[in-house]
Design a protein around this ligand. Structure first.
Ligand SMILES: [Zn+2]
Length: 169
């Protein structure tokens, strides 16, 4: 891994290699992004991906969406059941029990979804991330990037040598 701090630029010269493995880049793009603490400013830098890693990130995105649906389904079921039984008197024990059970299932579903999402994210290939950044204002801006792949970091630092302020390994 490697950390590079650069002067803020609207864009950087991107290496023609995958930001995960350093293989020749395909058409895929990995967006390394960051948001300021206040959430008011954002940055998104497009790094190339090889076909294999482009596919890997696509698969992860799809698994996340499926996981999200599975997590939310019990909650939707609970709301539908509430709507369907709205006119049933509150003292109806069977309806109360089912409502209670659906709440438990909905909570477990959401928890499961969160855990699955973290697990899926942890399995994602490591590429590039924006550690911090500051848009130019009164002072010059900067961007600090973290690279999982040292060769990619070397290449990026060489291509953008005039903007590099600091390099840490
Ligand atoms: Zn790759």
């Amino acid at each position: 891994m490697s950390i590079i701090k650069l002067d803020y630029r609207g864009g950087y010269v991107m290496p023609g290699v995958c930001c995960v493995c350093g293989a020749p880049a395909g058409k895929g793009v990995y967006y390394a992004g960051g948001s300021s603490f206040s959430g008011k400013t954002h940055i998104s830098l497009p790094f190339p991906l090889c076909d294999e890693h482009n596919q890997a990130f696509k698969d992860i995105g799809r698994r996340r969406r499926v996981g999200c649906l599975i997590g939310i389904a019990p909650l939707v079921l609970f709301i539908l059941f509430l709507m369907a039984t709205a006119s049933v008197p509150a003292e109806n024990a069977a309806v109360s029990i089912i409502r209670g059970l659906l709440v438990v299932v909905a909570v477990l579903g959401i928890l499961g979804g969160v855990i699955a999402s973290v697990a899926i994210g942890a399995g994602a290939p490591k590429a590039v991330s924006v550690k911090d950044f500051k848009l130019p204002g009164l002072l010059a801006g900067h961007v600090t990037l973290w690279f999982a792949n040292e060769q990619v970091a070397d290449l990026f630092a060489t291509l953008n040598a005039d903007a590099v302020k600091e390099r840490r390994r």
